[in-house]
Design a protein around this ligand. Structure first.
Ligand code: ATP
Length: 446
């Protein structure tokens, strides 16, 4: 039986992943059910205007477990296991709903959330995952799918959370990663997090399949949230066993619980690669190829780029939080061929760049001097802007001055923002087997 939860938190606190640990604790340790597979943290369209933070939906499967039993966490001092498979027996969904209702009521933000719970024996069609991760979903269409699969739903407020529940439940991983989330005791929520930063650096360098934990160049640790939520840290990687080893290495103040989630983070699943001009609409993320038309750096802040694409001119932006990533844009020039990945915003219409693939760079030249007359050897003079040069004495002409090829600061390859400015869904270059060819020092001082 699949159980999904979404939209229980707000910027002031709570966290749907914490609620998921409460649901697991209740259904496993009080109701005697087994957890089948990993609990899932499914990120949906990051361009949804009404998301709280990372647009995450939580999905779990419960039943009677068979096959390999795996240790995946600890909740309130008890070991949590997940089973590889399940028998045909299904638990009663009304019993599940009654068991988790009080938890949703307790752990949601009553003023600023619209929780939804969906319980279903049948998974929604995979199309709903594609729809939810890349487009703005229509509630009516979601309601029809809930009805089609005969799922049970529970809503608080406007119950918009059922959209995320349905789309998250529909996820069948083609690519996937894992995140170990650890949580603080309730009395510590909202206070400063205490941790040993060196232990994070050690885990990052030792555990090769992990990503987005630490930015070596700036020394920035990225696993601790800055919000007052119950999460102590989130450690990400491709191998759940390495994450569990990481949990032994990373030292923090006492934790209340921890659990490994299977996720679609770091997969680029939100990027739409094939689309028509009519389908190229805001509030979705795309991969767009084009030729650089111009670059405009705003002093101390953002950098904008105009790209000539098959659908016309497109303004692309790298904003201040992406820091030295803006150098990639600064150093591009008219004629370079690139692919940009990012979210298309409505107003002002622009693509917010998450990652760039520089395909081809043009040669750039700088004027050294006016051309020299081949007859008399004297310097020619300019006839006028764009009109070339002429020798006053001999009348010989030349189109171009003496030029020098200047070194380009950028070379073809993939470029991404620093860890702290990446989207949950963005696939890090590390996972793509790519390395940024040019390392940027933070010298953007004008
Ligand atoms: P957290 O990550 O901390 O759980 P959040 O960023 O997921 O918070 P929510 O509070 O869950 O934010 O709000 C997201 C809301 O958007 C949910 O109600 C969810 O059902 C809805 N939603 C998610 N994806 C889509 C989509 N593609 N189209 C329309 N609505 C969506």
């Amino acid at each position: 039986m699949f159980v999904a939860a979404d939209d229980t938190d707000s910027m002031r606190g709570n966290c749907t992943t914490f609620l998921a640990t409460e649901i697991i604790h209740e259904l496993v340790f009080s109701k005697g059910l087994d957890l089948i597979g990993f609990p899932r943290l499914v990120r949906l369209n990051p361009a949804i205007p009404w998301k709280t933070r990372g647009n995450g939906s939580l999905v779990m499967c419960f039943g009677k477990g068979t096959g390999t039993k795996r240790f995946i966490g600890q909740i309130k001092g008890k070991d949590v296991f997940s089973f590889e498979n399940k028998t045909d027996w299904e638990p009663d969904r009304y019993m599940i709903l009654e068991a988790i209702k009080p938890l949703v009521q307790r752990y949601h933000d009553p003023t600023d959330s619209d929780p939804g719970i969906v319980i279903s024996e049948i998974r929604p069609s995979y199309d709903f995952y594609r729809y939810g991760v890349s487009r703005v979903a229509d509630r009516d269409v979601i309601e029809k799918e809930i009805e089609r699969i005969g799922a049970l739903k529970y809503e608080i407020g406007c119950g918009r959370g059922i959209i995320g529940c349905t789309c998250g439940m529909a996820w069948i991983p083609r690519d996937r990663t894992f995140e170990l989330l650890s949580y603080r005791p309730e009395e510590r929520w909202g206070t400063e997090r205490i941790f040993d930063r060196d232990s994070v650096v050690e885990a990052d360098s030792l555990l090769k399949s992990t990503f987005n934990s630490y930015e070596e160049r700036t020394g920035k640790i990225a696993i601790f949230p800055g919000t007052p939520c119950p999460v102590m840290y989130g450690f990400r990687g491709d191998d759940p066993d390495e994450l569990i080893r990481g949990h032994d290495i990373i030292k923090t103040e006492p934790q209340d619980r921890w659990l490994v989630f299977e996720t679609n983070q770091g997969t680029d699943d939100h990027i739409i690669t094939e689309y028509t001009q009519e389908e190229f609409i805001p509030n979705s993320s795309y991969s767009v190829e084009g030729i650089v038309e111009s670059v405009n750096r705003i002093r101390g802040g953002h950098t904008f780029l105009v790209l000539d694409t098959k659908f016309g001119k497109l303004t692309c932006a790298a904003y201040e939080p992406s820091r030295e990533f803006r150098h990639v844009l600064d150093w591009l020039t008219k004629g370079d061929r690139i692919v940009v990945l990012g979210e298309l915003r409505e107003s002002p219409r622009s693509l917010n760049i998450e990652k760039i693939h520089v395909l081809e760079t043009v040669d750039e030249y700088q004027k050294v001097s006016n051309p020299v007359c081949t007859e008399c050897g004297r310097a020619m003079t300019s006839v006028g802007k764009g009109k070339g040069y002429r020798c006053k004495r001999c009348g010989t002409k030349s189109e171009l001055p003496v030029l020098k090829k200047v070194p380009r600061w950028i070379v073809p390859g993939w470029y991404e923002p620093p860890v702290s400015a990446r989207r949950h869904l963005s696939k890090p270059l590390k996972r793509m087997g790519e390395v940024q060819p040019v390392e940027f020092v933070n010298c953007r001082n004008q």
